[in-house]
Design a protein around this ligand. Sequence first.
Ligand SMILES: [Ca+2]
Length: 88
Amino acid sequence: MHHRSPKVVVALSVAVAALIPATGSAAPPVGHCPKSFPTQITSAEAEAAGVAALFAAVNKNGDDIICLMPYPKKPGGNVIDNTAGPHS
Ligand SMILES: [Ca+2]
């Protein structure tokens, strides 16, 4: 006798659901930092630097990364969320 374990079926359903964004969600996809924003900043690093509010405002996709383009001649830089494709 051969039949599929119900536990396996449930686990696969959960995995698929986790990969598909909720319909109607405005959250952008989690992606990469574009080449022009090469530095990744984590929420912990932002908090340590005292810019947790900035991180939260930029991090629209809700993961743990934003991307920094440092200013060439002064402290700081521009930040965007990591929603770029892998080759941008
Ligand atoms: Ca992010």
